[in-house]
Design a protein around this ligand. Structure first.
Ligand SMILES: *Cc1c(COP(=O)(O)O)cnc(C)c1O
Length: 486
């Protein structure tokens, strides 16, 4: 009975997510004083990407490469086969991809965006359009770098922050047909579906929807590319929310999804709690087209820029994504936090998705215009008052259009990533508590402006500054309320 571990009920206590693992390796954390946190923000251009972990208490920047690894993964890393060509570690990786993702041809790449580089360079010509449910930052950047553009085709429900819709990541099928007719199928190299749409709150698509996308792809003879970086969590939510699949295993659900795609790529930093990436397909012709770019950009075909030790960890990690008691841990903690905040009236993306808790800075910081980056400001303010590092997922993370104009994001979110099996429930309670305080003091938060804006993926290394002395005012109120507490 594989699913028993998902429904452990408490006797008299409230049901809370129960960890089905124990902690055997730990890393000490420290919470530095609020004054130091302000200095750190100034040194890092009010950009949480540029903070140093010595100043960070709970690192909720991302799930990328930060999921806890299992004892099995760490053990496997010790017996890796160090070889430039023909490594047996790669053979294990291939086998795991075939078993878990159902594709027999595998091209390794050092991480997800490297896979995007190879796919975009191979298939995108100038003027092409890639319809997708929603973009991810690096996916879009590679498409536009190669002269293409994207069209995001979600249903309106996807942008409703407070919703009960179980599948906000669904592709709008009517718009997809319109897009193909408008652009011409010869100008559409592929349709891209992203599992658990990262930028709109980790929201899944349903398999019914993916089947409909496949039908359209077949009708027009267009390839379907699946970004499977977060497919494990998408599959878990399908198991929870899509009736047809409630009694199916994770493996059956994942196979159902992957069988519908011509090409699958993934960031192993997320998918398999390790570091690496890859592209896989069952079509030898597609494989052959992509193959030459791997040795050019990544490394030989049996390592692709990934250390063989990590390749061992990926192989084990792929099998572990089939264990719903493992894959459900992060979504359950997220659900706990999202529901707790929602109950208090703090605007968060609902229903709870995967990857993290997404707080709606647009609504909380109504007084900050989008030109002053409310989500960036909220992320900086939250780090300041808690030591918790989240990530801006709003207009700072958007890129300018071809004429250099700002494009404002559909949503201004603070994403608090909850990587798999990393944090404890008391730490989640701390996040809840400090968010509540910041929400009650939201009027004190002010905007930001750029002081340094890189031309590509500006959110990574960009520098900003507050438009007023609002951080000092926030500190004064914090001191008043918390005294000498950190
Ligand atoms: C992280 C991510 C990528 C990029 O992967 P990297 O390993 O960070 O390069 C692509 N797509 C999605 C959906 C992601 O979450």
């Amino acid at each position: 009975m594989p699913k028993n571990g998902l429904n452990i009920k408490f006797y008299k206590e409230d049901n809370i997510p129960l960890e089905l693992h124990k902690v055997r390796v730990v890393q000490k954390l420290h919470l530095v004083p609020i004054e130091r946190r302000l200095e750190a923000l100034k040194e890092g251009g009010f950009n949480t990407f540029r903070l140093n972990t010595k100043d960070v208490f709970l690192d909720m920047l991302t799930d990328s490469g930060t999921n806890a690894m299992s004892d099995q993964q760490l053990g496997a890393m010790m017996i890796a086969d160090d070889a430039y060509a023909g490594s047996q570690s790669f053979v294990k990786f291939q086998k795991a991809v075939e078993d878990v993702l159902g594709k027999k041809y595998l091209l390794p790449a050092h991480q997800g965006r490297a896979a995007e580089n190879i796919i975009s360079r191979t298939f995108i010509k100038k003027g092409d359009t890639v319809p997708m449910n929603y973009h991810f930052t690096t996916s879009m950047a590679h498409i536009t770098e190669n002269g293409g553009k994207i069209e995001e085709l979600l249903y309106d429900e996807a942008f409703v922050i407070n919703s009960k819709h179980p599948f906000k990541g669904n592709m709008n099928i009517e718009l997809l047909e319109e897009s193909i007719k408008k652009n011409g199928k010869e100008n559409i190299p592929f349709i891209r579906m992203e599992a658990s749409t990262n930028l709109i709150g980790g929201q899944p698509f349903s398999i019914a929807n993916l089947r409909d996308v496949r039908k359209v792809a077949d009708k027009y003879g267009i390839m379907l590319v699946l970004d499977a970086s977060l497919i494990g969590e998408n599959a878990y939510l399908v198991m929870q929310r899509e009736e047809e699949f409630e009694d199916k295993t994770m493996k059956e659900i994942i196979h159902e999804m992957t069988s519908l795609a011509d090409i699958i790529y993934f960031s192993a930093r997320k998918l398999s709690s390790s570091r690496g990436g890859g592209i896989c397909t069952n079509d030898e012709k597609i494989y052959k087209k992509l193959e030459p770019l791997v040795p050019l950009y990544e490394g030989f075909l049996t390592y692709g820029g990934i250390s063989v030790r990590e390749i061992e960890a990926i192989a084990v990690g792929l099998y572990e994504t089939l264990d719903e008691t493992m894959i459900s841990q992060s979504p359950k903690f997220i659900e706990y936090l999202v529901n707790a905040l929602d109950k208090k009236g703090i605007p968060v993306v609902t229903p709870a998705g995967v990857l993290g808790c997404h707080v709606d800075a647009m609504q909380i910081c109504k007084h900050i215009p989008q030109t002053q980056y409310p989500a960036g400001a909220f992320a900086a303010a939250f780090f300041l008052i808690s030591g918790v590092r989240g990530m801006e997922r709003g207009s700072v993370s958007n890129q300018r259009d071809e004429d250099g104009n700002e494009t404002y994001a559909d949503m201004e979110l603070l994403r608090l990533a909850i990587p798999r099996r990393v944090f404890t429930l008391s730490q989640i309670k701390y996040v809840e508590d400090r968010l509540t305080w910041l929400y009650d003091n939201r009027e004190l938060i002010g905007g930001l402006r750029f002081t340094y804006e890189p031309p590509v993926l500006r959110f990574f290394m960009g520098g900003l500054e507050p438009v007023s002395d609002w951080p000092e005012k926030l500190i004064a109120k914090f001191k008043k309320d918390f005294g000498d507490s950190l």
